[in-house]
Design a protein around this ligand. Structure first.
Ligand code: FE2
Length: 258
């Protein structure tokens, strides 16, 4: 099975670029499942229902979450009603929505898990290690893909090695920078530290640099806005063995207008 994973969609421009590029990319690669991180696609941070709808409409099969997923109150009922929109599975049970969705292809199912790291987050969630252990006791399909939304590369690599051979792939999100460390770990788990971003490339993680300079260098109270620069689409595609669940191939994707 070929799976496409798209890095954090940032801003309406990121959604528009996805709408323009994704159909052809999926057709050219022969993708069967498309997973998109969408925790931060809306103006003003977080994800609003209309933007979640837009991500599904442009071709996402599952939209994964992160630390901003619950930021907008409007998304809470949508999360409860749309199980293909995930929030991190290691948030408390009392939170709206769920952190796992199984895509059913008839003869085979792909379980997609959204998890969040603990390192460098204020108010961190439960241990991703403990929660993934618990989830894997319940999941029966060998095809398991984890979006690990975390700040620390060390935490991402540690989770990946701890679960090597027990999940098909662990792809990192959250830093908005596409890393060059895609690999297949010794027991067959595909890994990359970060899928990067789908949004304005010449920016600070999608934000206009003038805003971050004002806040970081000048210590001024500054409202952030998205950069108005040409967008890119970043992520990876992976080939997964449907019988063993092992990752056979992982390859970076980086699209921009030429
Ligand atoms: Fe994030």
């Amino acid at each position: 099975m070929r799976v496409l994973c798209i890095g954090d969609v940032v801003s309406p421009a990121g959604i528009s670029f996805l709408r323009r590029k994704l159909p052809r990319l999926k057709a050219e690669l022969g993708v069967q499942a498309t997973i998109v991180n969408g925790e931060n696609a809306s103006v003003g941070n977080g994800l609003l229902p209309a933007d979640a709808e837009a991500l599904f409409a442009v071709g996402a099969d599952v939209v994964t979450g992160g630390n901003h997923t619950l930021q907008r109150r409007e998304i809470l009922p949508y999360l409860s009603e749309h199980s293909q929109l995930l929030r991190p599975a290691n948030l408390p049970e009392s939170c709206s929505g769920g952190g796992v969705y199984e895509l059913d292809f008839g003869s085979v199912r792909l379980a997609v898990i959204s998890l969040m790291g603990q390192v460098f987050f204020t108010n961190p969630p439960d241990s991703p290690f403990a929660v993934l252990e618990r989830l894997l006791r319940q999941i029966t399909t060998p095809l398991v893909l984890v979006d690990f939304h975390a700040e620390s590369t060390g935490e991402k690599l540690t989770l990946a090695h701890a679960f090597d051979g027990r999940v098909s792939a662990i792809v990192g999100t959250h830093t908005h920078v596409l890393t060059a460390d895609e690999q297949i770990l010794p027991q067959g788990t595909g890994y990359i530290s970060d899928l990067g971003m789908t949004g304005p490339f010449c920016s600070v993680l999608g934000i206009d640099p003038a805003c971050t300079i004002s806040r970081m260098r000048d210590h001024l109270p500054t409202r952030f806005h998205f950069a108005n620069t040409p967008p890119v689409l970043q992520g990876v595609w992976l080939d997964l063995d449907e019988k063993t669940g092992r990752c056979l191939q992982i390859c970076r994707v980086f699209l921009k207008d030429s």
